[in-house]
Structure formats: structure tokens, C-alpha cells
Design a protein around this ligand. Structure first.
Ligand SMILES: NC(=O)c1ccc[n+]([C@@H]2O[C@H](COP(=O)([O-])OP(=O)(O)OC[C@H]3O[C@@H](n4cnc5c(N)ncnc54)[C@H](O)[C@@H]3O)[C@@H](O)[C@H]2O)c1
Length: 274
């Protein structure tokens, strides 16, 4: 696809958590489509390595380090990125993590951690970026990463599911409050993805992670980066407030055994009616 179709040539993008995995893929998708990209990551060497790949494509790139769980640091780094880049046109917020605990054992501190690292920091980051866009009177696009666990259920990691469900609601509210200014806000909901933190494991784990997935495989970080690019580009110019599942069909999958049901029917017949 020609870069001009994305409308990103010379535009400025910020990827929060761009140092590896889905974040790195999102950075490279944006850079390949013509954008200049700031890579924000807690691990500066990771951000620097990805920024070097962007520069090798002939785009401008910056590597910055901040802990998104530190409110003051997050606000300061967004103000600096806005100043250094001369405005932010697109922002992808990738960071998130699940804690695993049975609900009866779950502490308040555990609950709060999952809210902070999945939904609270995104609220602050998106608010700060939207304020820079509004101040500069420039339209823009924001995307965050939720999860199939925020759309369906998240047993044994319920605090994560609740936080990710919060993102699904938040992008809708943001899309309404900022829509008139031309700021679009959407979410990508990955299914089970192979990432640096969750690499391909043994057969038992892989079977567990692909159970109920019609495409019978885990997704790749590029599967997610491409969806993020769609939302950040002109290809989605009239799309806002949406959550797109990138899950190999998992959320569409039916739990009843429909194959057995159709095999039990008369051709053209109705089950149970002779
Ligand atoms: N892996 C999956 O199957 C899956 C499924 C659904 C949703 N997700 C979501 O995908 C997103 C990406 O997950 P991942 O495992 O690829 O990410 P990751 O843990 O690899 O993190 C991405 C980058 O963010 C940086 N980072 C982490 N904490 C930070 C902090 N406090 N401040 C600044 N930088 C920080 C890391 O250094 C890393 O380079 C998350 O939101 C996750 O919830 C993952």
C-alpha cells in the first residue's frame, strides 16, 4: 500500500511502551508508513535500539525514558515530546500487564496495581496528549491496547479484566468529548499473542492458549501493530470509539458444539422436529 494512503508522511507519533513486542511493531508500522516516531520506554536502551531502526528508514526519531506509573514524570515527558516534535499527531499506548490471583485471595493493593498499569496511566497519557492537540488546534488519533479479557471475562486475573474493560468504555467517552476537535480514540483487543514476555511455550501451554481460537494459532506482534496503524492512519478517518478484536476469531467463536448439532439434524431439517 502506498504511504500516501495512510496520511502519515511527516506526521509525528508517540508510542508509549515502544521498546519491544507489540510496541516495537507499532513503531515500525508507523515509520514504514512515513511517520516520525518518539519511542517511550522505561528501558532506555530498548527505546534507543528501536529509534535507531526508525532513523535507518530516513525518519526522525527520539528515544525517551519515563515510568508511566509516575504521574508527574508521565505528564512531563508528554510535554517534552510535544515540544521536541513540534506537536503530536498520533499516540499509541501499549503498556499493560495482568496480575494472576483468585478473587478470594485478591488484595486491594493487587487490584489497584492492575488499574494503575492498565487504565489509570492511559487516562492521564491520553488526556495530556489530547490537551496538546486541542491547544495546537490539530486533529489526531489515539489508540490503546485492551484485551479480549476486557470484553469477555478474566477468571483468575479479574482485576486486569476490569481494567481492560475500563479502556473499552474510556475510548468511547473520549471519542465523544474530543470528536468535534477531530481527535479519534480507539482500542485494539488482542487475543493470545506471542510476545517477548510470553514466548512460544510447551505443547500444554500452547494448547491452553489457542483453545477456542478458530484460527488455531497465537497472534504475532505484527498482527497488533497493523491494527494500531489502521487506527492511527487516514485509513480509519471516520472510525472512533471502537474496540477491534485481533484474536483469530476467539470472541466470535461459539461455545456450543455446532458441528455435532448440524450432524444430528436431518438435511434441511429443524432439530427435534420430525
Ligand atoms: N501478550 C498477550 O497475549 C496479550 C493479550 C492481550 C492484551 N495484551 C496487552 O498487550 C500490551 C502489550 O503487552 P506486552 O506483554 O507485549 O508488553 P511488555 O510487557 O513487553 O511491555 C512493552 C514495553 O513497555 C515497557 N514498560 C513496561 N512497564 C513500563 C512502565 N511502567 N513505564 C514505561 N515503560 C514500561 C517495557 O519495558 C516494554 O519494553 C499490554 O497492554 C497487554 O495487556 C497482551
Amino acid at each position: 500500500m502506498s504511504n500516501s494512503l495512510f496520511g502519515l508522511e511527516g506526521k509525528n507519533a508517540l508510542v508509549i511502551g515502544g521498546g519491544q513486542g507489540m510496541g516495537e511493531s507499532t513503531v515500525m508500522q508507523l515509520a514504514n508508513a512515513g511517520a516520525n516516531v518518539t519511542v517511550l520506554d522505561l528501558e532506555l536502551p530498548r527505546a534507543e535500539a528501536v529509534a535507531a531502526r526508525v532513523k535507518a528508514l530516513g525518519r526522525k526519531s527520539w528515544a525517551v525514558s519515563a515510568n508511566v506509573l509516575d504521574d508527574a514524570a508521565l505528564k512531563a515527558v508528554i510535554a517534552k515530546v510535544d515540544a521536541d516534535m513540534g506537536g503530536i499527531d498520533a499516540m499509541a499506548s501499549i503498556i499493560g500487564m495482568a496480575g494472576w490471583s483468585r478473587l478470594v485471595d485478591m488484595t486491594e493493593e493487587f487490584w489497584d496495581m492492575d488499574q494503575n498499569r492498565n487504565v489509570r496511566y492511559f487516562f492521564i497519557a491520553a488526556r495530556e496528549v489530547a490537551k496538546t492537540m486541542l491547544k495546537r488546534k490539530k486533529p489526531g488519533s489515539i489508540v490503546c491496547i485492551t484485551s479480549i479479557d476486557g470484553v469477555r471475562s478474566a477468571p483468575y486475573h479479574a482485576s486486569y479484566g476490569a481494567a481492560k474493560a475500563g479502556l473499552v468504555s474510556l475510548v468511547k467517552s473520549m471519542s465523544i468529548e474530543w470528536g468535534e476537535a477531530g481527535i479519534r480514540v480507539n482500542a485494539v483487543a488482542p487475543g493470545a499473542i506471542v510476545t517477548p514476555r510470553i514466548p512460544v511455550g510447551d505443547e500444554v501451554r500452547e494448547r491452553a492458549m489457542t483453545k477456542g481460537v478458530p484460527m488455531h494459532r497465537r497472534g504475532t506482534t505484527d498482527d497488533i501493530g497493523k491494527a494500531a496503524l489502521f487506527f492511527l492512519s487516514a485509513q480509519s478517518s471516520y472510525v472512533t470509539g471502537q474496540t477491534l478484536a485481533v484474536d483469530g476469531g476467539y470472541l466470535a467463536a461459539a461455545l456450543l458444539d455446532y458441528e455435532a448439532i448440524i450432524n444430528s439434524m436431518q438435511p434441511g431439517g429443524t432439530l427435534g422436529v420430525k
